[in-house]
Design a binder for this molecule. Structure first.
Ligand SMILES: [Zn+2]
Length: 242
């Protein structure tokens, strides 16, 4: 993806995010990876609907150097994800309602639905609380992700990944739906989860299918990830921790 395409995709995705009801006002941020070790990210504190392509800021993933304006304050989180997860091509951070509720309760969302397991992975874990925009927050999110495509940020919101922007937006919607269903199922007497091993298997099948649909080669998962044993690289990720 070149610079022009990346700016246009981020600007359009911002509008899609507002229209899907996942963000209000200027909260949240999103980015895509482009050629040359760069990412294109939404600027700090601007209304998505008023953005022009040229307002999207380019940031060097390695050095953090920004070109063309002031990038989102959550830039360290986006940079950390791209550096740690080479298969990721887009990152969406939202403060959506149900994800924020579960993040405030600091509860891990189990795999309750097939579509959630396929897109997000075997669960949605909560990163330890850290101040927004800090390296500590970015580190906590990487640990909570543990190879998954989304995580919650304690008392803050959610982050969703994708190999492209379409997939990251789908993942953000799926994480929000998973949180809503979890809250409601708990009210109905308790959420009954799928088995983690089956959830991982569904996630792997989805990843391969989506790659084929997009005409790309199947993506490699991070080392140490496998459906057996829950597939977690981070400690405490057995599907039962909070
Ligand atoms: Zn935020």
């Amino acid at each position: 993806m070149n610079e022009r395409e990346a700016r246009a995709r981020v600007r359009r995705a911002g509008i899609e995010l507002v229209e899907s009801g996942l963000v209000d006002g200027t909260w949240g941020n999103l980015s895509v990876r482009l050629d040359g070790g760069l990412m294109a990210i939404t600027p700090s504190g601007r209304d998505y609907r008023a953005l022009r392509d040229e307002d999207i800021v380019l940031v060097d993933i390695g050095t953090g150097e920004a070109r063309g304006g002031k990038p989102s304050t959550e830039t360290p989180l986006h940079r950390a994800v791209y550096a740690a997860r080479p298969e990721v091509g887009a990152v969406v951070h939202t403060h959506s309602a149900s994800a924020s509720t579960v993040a405030a309760a600091r509860r891990e969302v189990p795999p309750l639905l097939d579509d959630f397991a396929q897109v997000v992975g075997p669960s949605l874990r909560v990163a330890d609380y850290a101040l927004p925009g800090t390296a500590r927050m970015a580190k906590g999110v990487l640990k909570a992700l543990g190879g998954r495509m989304a995580a919650l940020l304690a008392n803050h919101g959610a982050v969703a990944l994708g190999r492209d922007m379409d997939e990251a937006l789908l993942c953000a919607r799926m994480a929000e739906k998973g949180c809503r269903v979890f809250i409601e199922a708990e009210f109905l007497g308790g959420a009954a989860a799928l088995r983690p091993v089956e959830a991982w298997a569904m996630h792997q099948v989805y990843l391969r299918k989506y790659s084929k649909m997009k005409g790309a080669a199947p993506e490699a998962r991070p080392e140490g990830e496998s459906p057996a044993g829950g597939g977690n690289t981070a400690p405490g990720g057995d599907g039962t921790s909070r």
